[in-house]
Design a binder for this molecule. Structure first.
Ligand SMILES: [Zn+2]
Length: 300
């Protein structure tokens, strides 16, 4: 039931799950507690709970209404999936589709699904269980999938770059139950850097977290927003862009992509909408010394 406008586009937040996900030590590769202490007090309670030393996270999707088009960006973890690599996202039974309906959208209303990348918590609602089979949830949609991730995460492909041991373990079963059925149904469209979804809606490639990670840019009537997926997991990475998550496949490229996105956001004034932010669910970014600072909006 949360929404904002970006020029002529209307954007709806669709919640799937929220909770204390991990400690900073667990999520960030190269975490330095002394450095964190310098800025932790500037991170609102909606994102970090000092009393439990927990990062508070959301799984969420975004619906963009642009003219007659209804676009769903990222599809969460999904219900009833077998997730041995990350049990917290296995066997879920969330009211995601009811939350979508509360904003006025039935699954058949979705024209385009976009997956920022093919990780466990971004592709889940691509499919749902029907008579023991995983079938596309959004029967009328074209699913735009990053071409590079489609090859990288396919367990049936053995040549070329392959997932890290952590990536393969955490994403066990994901391709099989949430991507392959979309390919089999003929609903997938593999897309590359610069893909234009519709006037004012463009996808750009920012490798590192995964090799095919896509950012969605909205531009309408002078307003800009960037849906940055997992380029940023948490506001701490705006203060310290060199901290990757432990789920980033290529650490050097992930740091580089994060700095590029933050620099662009600071320059253009675009609203930055990451996949897992709670609170207002987005932030603006300003340059600060050699790094950046977030400016949080009011909760939407
Ligand atoms: Zn991810």
């Amino acid at each position: 039931m949360l929404s904002f406008t970006n020029g002529d586009f209307k954007v709806y937040n669709i919640e799937e799950w929220q909770g204390e996900f991990a400690s900073p030590e667990q999520l960030f590769a190269g975490f330095d507690p002394r450095e964190f202490a310098h800025f932790a007090a500037q991170i609102p309670h909606a994102y970090y709970r000092p009393e439990t030393n927990s990062l508070y996270a959301f799984l969420q999707s975004w619906v963009v209404r642009a003219g007659d088009l209804t676009i769903l960006y990222d599809t969460g973890a999904g219900n009833h999936k077998d997730r041995p690599g990350i049990p917290v996202f296995g066997g879920l039974d969330t009211p995601f589709l009811a939350n979508l309906a509360a904003d006025g959208f039935e699954p058949d209303d979705i024209d385009i699904v976009i997956c920022s990348h093919l990780h466990i918590d971004h592709v889940g609602w691509n499919t749902q269980l029907q008579d023991g089979q995983w079938v596309p949830t959004f029967a009328n949609a074209r699913y735009l999938l990053p071409r590079i991730d489609r090859s990288y995460w396919d367990p049936g492909i053995t040549d070329g770059p392959r997932p890290s041991p952590t990536g393969a373990q955490v994403n066990a079963n994901v391709f099989e139950d949430s991507v392959q059925p979309i390919l089999d149904a003929g609903q997938a469209q593999l897309v590359d850097d610069g893909h234009i979804v519709a006037p004012g809606i463009t996808l750009t490639l920012h490798p590192g977290h995964t090799p095919g990670h896509l950012v969605m840019h909205l531009e309408s009537a002078g307003e800009q927003a960037m849906f940055v997926g997992d380029i940023l997991h948490h506001p701490a990475q705006i203060f310290q862009p060199d901290w990757n998550s432990v789920y980033c496949e290529d650490p050097a490229a992930a740091r580089s992509s994060r700095r590029q996105i933050l620099a662009r956001a600071a320059k253009t004034g675009a609203r930055v909408v990451p996949a897992h932010f709670g609170g207002a669910h987005f932030a603006w970014v300003e340059e600060h010394g050699e790094g950046f600072r977030p400016r949080f909006g009011n909760p939407i």
